[in-house]
Design a protein around this ligand. Structure first.
Ligand SMILES: [Mg+2]
Length: 248
């Protein structure tokens, strides 16, 4: 006998749930900043106005991070909109470096374009494509991410008829809005939906508060008792077996 109402939909976090995001973020963060630094140095030299100090020498990566944090503190409503925070921080730094507003905007946009290209070089775990294909035949699927990956740019986009970018809703998880938006677009009640994610605070807790079931992907966290409706897996590949155990 099923313990809970029969599930109709599954919602998925993306970063560190469907792929390992750590190295992608490191490569993306350092990569677009180095690209900007190189591009600027070359551009200034070609114009005959080389700077005494290179951009990244004057503003090391840590300064860029600090600017983003300061902007997030000053604009709490935008704190989840990482793309906006990065672009604004770059604009400010480029202005401080001496670029006029138009050139600063051009270089900030170009760097963000580079950022987004690198950001989408994610490699879903090898099992993910087939897993989503199989689950998509049985359940309605949605993705809910706080990150700035645009699912539509990834091959696995075809599995997600509903894709929610929480940062763009100005309400990053754990805010209920991205979950409620997904449920509305899926046209399913929370009790018939299971959310899968790696963050206790941003995935499991908000899903449970709305009455969804939740799967916590946590390979390394110490064992602990779980509240009702929460299931723990070491890897998303174990999801089909769990769904079978739940009687679905
Ligand atoms: Mg995650």
């Amino acid at each position: 006998m099923p313990i809970a109402p029969r599930l109709e939909a599954l919602t998925f976090d993306l970063d560190d749930t469907l792929w390992d995001n750590r190295q992608v973020m490191v490569d993306t963060e350092t990569g677009h900043y180095a690209w900007l630094d190189d591009g600027l140095a070359q551009w200034l030299a070609e114009r005959g106005t080389p700077a005494a100090r290179r951009f990244a020498e004057r503003f090391p990566l840590a300064d860029y991070v600090a600017r983003r944090q300061a902007l997030a503190d000053a604009h709490p409503l935008r704190r989840g909109d990482f793309t906006w925070l990065r672009r604004e921080a770059l604009l400010a730094l480029l202005g401080d470096y001496g670029l006029d507003a138009a050139s600063a905007a051009q270089w900030a946009d170009a760097a963000m374009e580079r950022f987004m290209t690198l950001r989408h070089r994610v490699s879903p775990y090898p099992e993910v494509d087939e897993l989503l294909d199989r689950l998509g035949r049985r359940y309605r699927l949605a993705s809910i991410t706080n990150g700035n990956v645009d699912v539509r740019r990834l091959p696995l986009a075809s599995h997600f008829p509903v894709a929610i970018a929480a940062g763009e809703l100005l309400a990053p998880k754990p805010h209920p809005r991205p979950f409620l938006t997904a449920l509305a677009r899926l046209a399913v009640p929370p009790s018939r939906t299971l959310h899968v994610g790696d963050s206790w605070r941003e995935d499991v807790e908000p899903a449970r508060r709305l009455g969804m079931q939740a799967v916590w992907i946590a390979a390394d966290a110490p064992a602990c008792p779980l509240p009702p409706g929460v299931h723990r897996l070491a890897h998303v590949r174990e999801l089909p077996a769990l769904l079978t155990r739940l009687g679905d």
